[in-house]
Each structure stands twice: as structure tokens, then as C-alpha cells.
Design a protein around this ligand. Structure first.
Ligand code: ARG
Length: 484
């Protein structure tokens, strides 16, 4: 089947691949790296910042634990559904490639356009900003650090990630593995601390645990947004299917290891926060993990700031890795400028796409702040997750004969589809905000770009000249697909 694909591509594009047969990204991501690519991106800033917001919207400890568990379950269904998609459509590119193969060029373009220009850079920027907050905090005890310094630190973080990811894939995945191990350890420390507190009888938060729980549709939706930000990154492997060793085995297996692991750690960590603090204390804490550290670790509390810095740096790395890939694939399919689809001739990394993602993320840092990024991120992201899952249901019903190495029970994508409709609609209906409208307007602005530039292909005459010179400057060449 891969052979046929390649032949077809050659026929359509005779000189594009001439003599370039060997330049392609290599299959370098094994099971361990795959697990850490998922878990390492999921565990970032969220678990150290969002618990108080989930509690704020839900009103009670039991209510917020239910949200954390429900988010984990939902994400598990979603990731297993994506695993099936990944074994049917074996190309990299995540939502983009699935929309392209199932629904055609236009919706896929809208997805790539929004993700590459807005969503991915925003999430890199958001995670880097929280990295910066925590990295500089120890130097400003008792007061908040100057914003300029925070933004410059975030920018340095992005530049460092760009260098690491452009140099080679092994380096990027090793950084991933080391940082993931470190943060799993931190979460375990917090979880163990909580268990010790509970054994010592600190259970007052759990008496009347259901008191004050909200049942409003809107607040529950926003609580989900906060929780789901902490779980986001569950789909990361689908962006790099072509770089996985044995994707049909690795993809489902890595999901089945990483997501239950992260979910149970998140639940234990939340229990630990509640064991150390009363709900009122938690709500007024600012940064939950730091307050937890001050209460439980005493003079070792600085460890928590360090841990959060490590955790967010690793998560930004994972986001960057997969974000660059989406841009690269979209360019390969002709939805972005050609130069972005090329790979470095010696490093085998999609460096132009990475540099572009980095530039967009740097731009986002200037006006961006963490909490606005989080709320709008989930809203846009779930529009595309939902559409992608609709594509899977379509394949399951209409094309059951397609070979697939993994089959997800059909109730999972159905629940996930219903959940995504709810997640997108509930906050708009409950609290219509003008920003949601801007976001939709931005997605639709893709139409204006699509027809002249992609559909009718009328771009400026000097574009090939620019591409050529950039190619020489960056030492990059067109790379082939990796689907066999
Ligand atoms: N879950 C991460 C956190 O809690 C955010 C990950 C954003 N990256 C992504 N690829 N979606 O900070």
C-alpha cells in the first residue's frame, strides 16, 4: 500500500522527488519515547495551576475530583479512537491529515491554518510563560517578578527548544525522556505526601465532600476546560506516526500506558492538595503546588518551583515537537508554503517548520497571558477534535473493511463526539463572550486565504526564488513520506 502511495506521488509530482528518495524523517521513536512524548506533554503547567479553578467552578472537593476523573476517562476514549485512526491512516499530521483524508482539502486547510498560526504557537507560548513564572519566582521572594523578565525568560526557553529540536530528533526525545522521568517523580512525591497526611488523619476536606457542588451546565463546562488543559497532549503521538517504530503496535500501547498513568497521578495529587489544605485555603492560594510545598515541605518548598519549571519545560518541548510536525505535513500537502515541508539534509529534522512555529510562538508571548490562552485553547481545540472523531465514526460505519491493526469499541468515539459538542457549546450558551466570536471569525478568515492561495494557486512570482534562497540558507530539501 505504501509502495502504491509513493508511485502515485511520483506520477503526480515527477520532479519533486527526483534523486531525493532517501531524504525522509527516520523512525526513531520507540515505546518508551512514545509514552514519554504523551505523558511528558500532558504533565505540564496544568496540574500545578488548574486544581483551584476546577474547585472554584465545581464548588466542592468531591465535585472537582469527579471532574478530574471524568477528564481522564474522556481523554482515554479520545486517545484510543485516535489510535484506531492512526492505524488506518498511517501518515503523520494528527487532526489535519485525518480531516484531509476523510473530508477533503478545505476543512483540513482550516484546521492546519488555525493550528499552525494560532493554536500550537499559543500552547507553546502558554506553557513557556508558566515555565518563566516559576523559573524566576525564587529570585523574587514575596513579590511578583517584572513582566519583562518573565517574557524574556519565556522567549529564551522557546529559542532553546528550537535549537534542540532542529539539531536532531534523538536529542529532542532524550530531553523528553529525562524531563518526563523527573516530573513523574515530583508527582509521586506530592502523591505520597498526601497519603501520609491522610494516614495522619488530615481528612477534614473530605467530610461533607459534596457540599456546595454546582450543577450548572456552563460552570461544569468551564471546569472541564481547566481540567482538560492539564490533560492536553494526549493526541501527540498522532502527529508523528511516520516517525514511530512499528506504529500499529506502539500507538495503542503507548496510549494505554501513558493515559491511565497520568490520570491516576493527577487524582492522587488532587487528593493530596485537599489533604494539605481546606477548600477555602486552596481557593485563595494563587499557585496550588507552591502553597502545598510551603505547608508540607517546610524549608524544602523551593523544590516545588524547580519541579514546575522542569515540568513545563519538558511539556513545552513535546508541544513544540508535535506542533512543528503538523506545520511540516500541511506544507507537504500543499497547504502551506513549500519551504515549510523541507527537512535538513544532515540533521533529518523539519527545521523550517520548527523555526516558523518558534517565530509564531515568540509573537504570541508579547501580548499573551496564561489564563486567557488556556480558556480559548480548549474551545478551539475541541472543535477540531470533535470533527476528527466524526471522521472516525464515518470510517467505522461506511468503510469497515479497511485494514486496521487496532479497533476501538464504537461507544468510545460516540461519547467523545457528544462530549465535544457539549464542550464547545456549553460555555458559549452559558456566558456568551465576544472572544468566542473572534475565534470563529479567525477560523473563517481561512476562507479568504484558501481560495486564492491554495485552491487557485496564484501566489506572487518571486515565491520560488525566495524558497530557493531559503533552501540554500537553511540547507534543507524536500523530504519523502514514510508510510511503509
Ligand atoms: N497539558 C499541558 C499542561 O498542563 C499543556 C500541553 C499543551 N500542549 C499541547 N500539545 N497540547 O501544561
Amino acid at each position: 500500500e505504501g509502495e502504491r502511495e509513493r508511485k502515485k506521488e511520483k506520477e503526480e509530482n515527477p520532479d519533486r522527488n527526483k534523486g531525493m528518495e532517501t531524504l525522509r524523517l527516520k523512525r526513531e521513536v520507540g515505546l518508551i519515547s512514545a509514552v514519554s512524548l504523551i505523558a511528558g506533554t500532558m504533565i505540564g503547567s496544568g496540574i500545578f495551576m488548574s486544581p483551584e479553578w476546577v474547585l472554584y467552578y465545581m464548588g466542592s472537593p468531591a465535585g472537582s475530583l469527579i471532574i478530574w476523573a471524568a477528564c481522564g476517562l474522556l481523554v482515554m476514549f479520545a486517545a484510543l479512537s485516535y489510535a484506531e485512526l492512526g492505524t488506518i491512516i498511517k501518515e503523520s499530521g494528527g487532526e489535519y491529515i485525518y480531516l484531509l483524508r476523510n473530508f477533503g482539502s478545505f476543512p483540513a486547510f482550516l484546521c492546519a491554518y488555525t493550528s499552525v498560526i494560532m493554536v500550537r504557537p499559543a500552547s507553546v507560548a502558554g506553557v513557556s510563560l508558566s515555565f518563566a513564572e516559576y523559573a524566576v519566582a525564587p529570585f523574587y521572594p514575596g513579590c511578583s517578578p517584572p513582566q519583562v523578565l518573565v517574557k524574556c525568560t519565556a522567549a529564551t526557553c522557546i529559542l532553546l527548544l528550537t535549537i534542540i529540536n532542529c539539531l536532531n530528533v534523538k536529542l529532542a526525545t532524550s530531553v523528553m525522556n529525562v524531563f518526563t522521568a523527573a516530573k513523574l517523580l515530583v508527582l509521586l512525591v506530592i502523591a505520597t505526601g498526601g497519603i501520609v497526611l491522610l494516614i495522619n488523619g488530615q481528612t477534614q476536606s473530605f467530610q461533607n465532600a459534596f457540599q456546595n457542588t454546582t450543577a450548572g451546565i456552563g460552570p461544569v463546562g468551564v471546569a472541564f476546560y481547566q481540567g482538560l488543559w492539564s490533560y492536553d497532549g494526549w493526541n501527540n503521538l498522532n502527529y508523528v506516526t511516520e516517525e514511530l517504530k512499528k506504529p500499529e503496535v506502539t500507538l495503542p500501547r503507548a496510549v494505554m500506558i501513558a493515559i491511565p498513568l497520568v490520570t491516576s497521578l493527577y487524582l492522587l495529587v488532587n487528593v493530596s492538595y485537599f489533604a494539605a489544605m481546606t477548600p477555602a485555603e486552596l481557593l485563595s492560594s494563587g499557585a496550588v503546588a507552591v502553597s502545598w510545598g510551603n505547608k508540607v515541605l517546610g524549608s524544602w518548598a523551593w523544590l516545588i518551583s524547580l519541579a514546575v519549571a522542569i515540568s513545563t519545560f519538558g511539556s513545552a518541548n513535546g508541544t513544540f515537537f508535535s506542533g512543528g510536525r503538523m506545520c511540516y505535513i500541511a506544507a507537504r500537502e500543499g497547504h502551506m508554503p513549500d519551504i515549510l515541508s523541507m527537512a535538513h539534509v544532515q540533521c533529518f529534522t523539519p527545521s523550517p517548520a520548527l523555526i516558523f512555529t518558534s517565530a509564531m510562538s515568540l509573537l504570541m508571548i508579547i501580548p499573551g497571558n496564561f489564563s486567557s490562552i488556556v480558556n480559548f485553547f480548549s474551545f478551539i481545540a475541541w472543535i477540531f477534535y470533535g470533527t476528527t472523531i466524526a471522521g472516525l465514526l464515518y470510517l467505522k460505519i461506511k468503510k469497515p473493511e479497511l485494514p486496521r491493526a487496532y479497533k476501538v469499541p464504537i461507544f468510545m468515539p460516540i461519547i467523545m463526539l457528544i462530549a465535544s459538542v457539549y464542550l464547545v457549546l456549553a460555555p458559549i450558551i452559558d456566558q456568551p463572550q465576544i472572544e468566542f466570536f473572534y475565534v470563529i471569525l479567525f477560523i473563517l478568515s481561512g476562507v479568504i486565504v484558501y481560495f486564492p492561495l491554495v485552491h487557485f494557486k496564484c501566489y506572487p512570482r518571486f515565491l520560488p526564488w525566495v524558497t530557493l534562497h531559503l533552501q540554500l540558507l537553511l540547507e534543507v530539501a524536500p523530504a519523502a513520506k514514510n508510510v511503509n
